[in-house]
Design a protein around this ligand. Structure first.
Ligand SMILES: [Zn+2]
Length: 351
């Protein structure tokens, strides 16, 4: 009995006490819930969730307070800052910049450091009458002596990409939250060498296509909680690269870090607002769809369309999901883990 009471109290405190900031990069809106938090902390949340460059006038301090949903970025910031001035400049090339100052914009010389929201846990919460499922995602960066494998946790900011993915999955009331990245060692030294050798100039493309998947499966360890938790593994690059891929047998989404290297600025931020930023968010959302047991479809505009059937170039803009797809994905989500054959099978839908 006592234990039940304790649990209920903790949930209550969590719901009441946590500041939250949800960024929708495509709609350019915020959902916010902040109770008397210091300005720098609030700006740090913006920095981490949006990937924007945020500058503030040193010494500027105030408490911010507010709660709303779906508010356009500039309106949201104006509401939170009150009389403090700011300038919000969206830039496709360099990423958006937010500058906060009291009177003179030139005084905003201090760069705001990211404040990362707490590590996530699986959670089902009623939001406006609907059950929202929060799925924590474990992030791993390959560590290897081979440059083609070794990924750098400081060179990629996944949080804005997750914001883009979450914006797409909002229709199913699913939210993915990142856990702190961990380093991952290759499972097999021979596979590591074999993978690195795929990059030697005289290796024919056909050989790469034939062997890449087999080598990657040897390279990736069998994570002990595969099928029971969501995983994304970052590898530095791939010789025959795609934006990301879900590997059902391993239960991981594998994502090359520098497929879109030209999008990463010197500070390691995926430049928000650019077409390729959205492409990568869509790819991640699509692969998460596979992890959530969804197959390819042939419907134009659907998130799960087979890339070879899509009209037009690039990834997207298909983000649609059918009622059946939503039902299936939510059933899979409730198992707390992705589809992994023999470990966590696909849910039955419509029975
Ligand atoms: Zn696919």
């Amino acid at each position: 009995m006592l234990r039940l009471v304790t649990v209920a109290l903790l949930v209550f405190l969590h719901a009441e006490g946590a500041d939250s900031l949800v960024w929708h990069p495509k709609a350019r809106t915020f959902d916010l819930d902040f109770r008397e938090r210091p300005l720098n902390e609030f700006l740090g949340y913006i920095r981490s969730e949006t990937g924007w460059e945020v500058r503030v006038e040193p010494g500027l301090s105030q408490l911010v307070d507010g709660k709303f949903r779906g508010k356009p970025a500039a309106d949201a910031i104006r509401l939170m800052l009150g009389r403090t001035q700011f300038k919000l400049v969206p830039r496709t090339q360099g990423g958006t910049r937010l500058t906060v100052y009291s009177g003179n914009i030139g005084a905003a010389t201090q760069e705001v450091q990211a404040v990362v929201q707490e590590a996530a846990a699986f959670e089902e919460v009623l939001v406006e009458g609907e059950l929202q499922i929060t799925l924590p995602v474990k992030i791993h960066y390959f560590k290897s002596k081979y440059a083609s494998i070794n990924a750098d946790p400081n060179a990629t900011d996944l949080r804005p990409l997750f914001a883009g993915m979450n914006e797409i999955w909002e229709i199913a009331n699913l939210r993915f939250l990142l856990n702190q990245p961990e380093l991952l060692r290759a499972a097999d030294a021979a596979a590591e060498r074999e993978f690195a050798n795929l990059f030697t100039p005289d290796v024919p493309k056909a050989f790469v296509r034939q062997h890449q998947a087999r080598i990657l499966h040897k390279l990736l360890p069998d994570l002990p909680d595969r099928g029971k938790a969501f995983h994304i593994v970052l590898i530095y690059t791939m010789p025959d690269a795609y934006g990301a891929v879900y590997l059902p047998a391993k239960g991981v989404i594998l994502m090359p870090q520098v497929k879109f290297a030209k999008l990463i600025d010197p500070k390691g931020v995926w430049k928000d607002g650019s077409p390729v930023f959205y492409a990568q968010s869509n790819i991640l959302a699509h692969e998460m769809g596979h992890a959530l047991s969804l197959n390819h479809v042939a419907t134009q505009g659907n998130l799960m369309i087979d890339g070879r059937l899509r009209e037009g170039f690039g990834i997207g803009p298909g983000v649609g999901l059918s009622v059946e797809q939503i039902e299936k994905a939510r059933k899979q989500a409730k198992t707390k883990g992705p589809y992994v054959p023999g470990v966590n099978s696909k849910p039955n839908v419509g029975e």
